[in-house]
Design a protein around this ligand. Sequence first.
Ligand code: ATP
Ligand code: MG
Length: 259
Amino acid sequence: MSKRIDVEHLNVYYGDFLAVEDVNINIEPRSVTAFIGPSGCGKSTFLRTLNRMHEVIPGAYAQGKVMLDGEDLYGRGVDPVTVRSMVGMVFQRPNPFPTMSIRDNVLAGVKLNNKKISKSDSDALVESSLKGANLWNEVKDRLDKPGSGLSGGQQQRLCIARTMAVKPDVVLMDEPCSALDPISTIAIEDLIHELKEQFTVVIVTHNMQQAQRVADKTAFFNIEGTGKPGKLVEYDDTATIFQNPREKATEDYVSGRFG
Ligand SMILES: Nc1ncnc2c1ncn2[C@@H]1O[C@H](COP(=O)(O)OP(=O)(O)OP(=O)(O)O)[C@@H](O)[C@H]1O
Ligand SMILES: [Mg+2]
């Protein structure tokens, strides 16, 4: 079930270094939101705070609130492992477990969450997740072959199927197409359109056309200089960000004048 995300006064640190400062953002369910901005402005850092992956890095922490349908993910007693099953993540480079079969790759996240599942239920889950990731027809006859035998674009869809199998509320994607060819990229973008019927989707992208093709809303992050924290500069409907932004920095960035 798709859920809304409300972030209040979020500061994100690596040790003493304030990497992202005072982010406030409201992300609607059943929508796609793109994060854009120059390299180093904190897009990945901020994205990882939305499922508490940030704190896996030694010394890294966040202050502020991230609420999923009103429940603070950083609240007392909240288990980060549960958070990560509600808020799934797809990375820049497809990262299937290379020696594991396609089937076991799809089930890997479910097993990680210690869910016991029968053979018939797992078969059904593998099929529905692979269908959801638009990969079923390409792999249904080789489910027991290793995941590493797939093309890059297929591997990325396998990773999306693995994320979906856990039935999250939110799917985070950090530049999911940057290692893919144009055809695979379009396949993932088509999939993102379908995913928003079920999930809240947040995608980091350096591809301005991609943001305009897939995102309902776009958030522009920026950084004033090296060692300064990244900030959310402007957040609005994608068409407004690209055609009629409020801030000059946004206009300069989306028109390719810097970054
Ligand atoms: N593991 C880490 N330890 C310390 N500092 C880090 C770490 N990861 C990122 N940073 C710093 O945090 C800041 C934001 O980095 P981040 O990777 O979030 O940027 P980004 O906007 O995703 O950039 P890119 O577009 O290049 O992926 C940078 O100054 C970066 O050097
Ligand atoms: Mg990044």
